[in-house]
Design a protein around this ligand. Structure first.
Ligand code: PAF
Length: 282
């Protein structure tokens, strides 16, 4: 695994790889790697000749009161984990390399998609995500981009960005990887104390129960949502949202349809956690 910090150097190397006919797969991350990230790396390795992983804690996607400074930076263990995979290139740019002085261009996604759900509580977050991912895609030039389904809204937005800006790359959204007890893997789980960790389990439990109730059509979506919310509040400290939405437009649903997604964001202690379940009726 070659570690590259300079965007121009990586761009040149990957231009050469593509000229030799190599398919490049790309996994963007902010580090603090867990099995969820590694599943993306393995998916890329299965389908591509060259796999590129980036680790960059992107300042522009954190709000002023968010955890940018204390976001886990665990490069030593990340390197060990990646060395056990077939990552060919690890891109480790600095903030100055990604946002050189004078850089004033951003990718803004319509609030219809970026201003709901997490976007309502994290203004500017998806502008930061879309901007950095477009920059990374321009540097790496992959034919396949791998994202995790846990960050559901992020994946929906990046799918749109790639399509709208005609970026020549296929987006692969891979299933959420969970701990044995159901908790969705997240770099932020390490903030949880053991009692918070226990309470955090309520999120996946409530969403799974909601999915079951929806599939069995046990009542109107609005009513099932109220019951789920009540249950969630018994476990977590603050709920930002619990919604049932259309998987593509992210519009809240009042009526049943074939494909739906139920999502929640909440705080357990000071840690903000998100999770979702995909609901497909026969
Ligand atoms: O999901 C993440 O880790 C980040 O939002 C991403 C896609 C790497 C952009 O910084």
């Amino acid at each position: 695994m070659k570690i590259i910090r300079d965007p121009c150097q990586l761009q040149k190397i990957l231009q050469r790889e593509r000229a030799r006919g190599k398919a490049v797969g790309f996994v963007p991350t902010m580090g603090a790697l867990h099995e969820g990230h590694l599943s993306l790396v393995r998916a890329s390795d299965r389908a591509n000749d060259v796999t590129v992983v980036s680790i960059f804690v992107n300042p522009t996607q954190f709000g002023p009161k968010e955890d940018f400074k204390k976001y886990p930076r665990t490069l030593g263990t990340d390197l060990k984990k990646l060395r056990k995979t077939k990552t060919d290139y690890l891109f480790l740019p600095s903030v100055a390399a990604m946002y050189p002085e004078g850089c004033i261009t951003h990718v803004e996604v319509d609030p219809k998609l970026s201003g709901t759900l997490c976007g309502k509580f994290r203004p500017g977050h998806f502008r930061g995500v879309a901007t950095v991912v477009v920059k990374l895609l321009n540097i790496v030039g992959p034919c396949r981009l791998y994202l995790g389904s846990k960050d559901y809204q992020q994946a929906a937005i990046l799918n749109r960005v790639v399509e709208d800006l005609r970026i020549d790359c296929r987006v692969h959204v891979m299933p959420t990887v969970r701990e044995a007890d159901g908790l969705a893997m997240s770099s932020r789980n390490r903030y949880l104390s053991s009692s918070e960790r226990r309470r955090a389990l309520g999120i996946s439990r409530v969403l799974t129960a909601l999915k079951r109730d929806i599939l069995k059509k046990r009542g109107a979506i609005a009513r099932l949502k109220v019951l789920a919310l009540k249950e969630l509040k018994k476990n977590v400290d603050r709920v930002q949202y619990l919604e049932v939405v259309d998987p593509v437009t992210l519009h809240p649903l009042r009526k049943y349809q074939k494909k739906m997604t139920a999502l929640a964001a909440c705080f357990v202690g000071k840690t903000r956690l998100i999770d979702n379940v995909i609901i497909r009726s026969q």
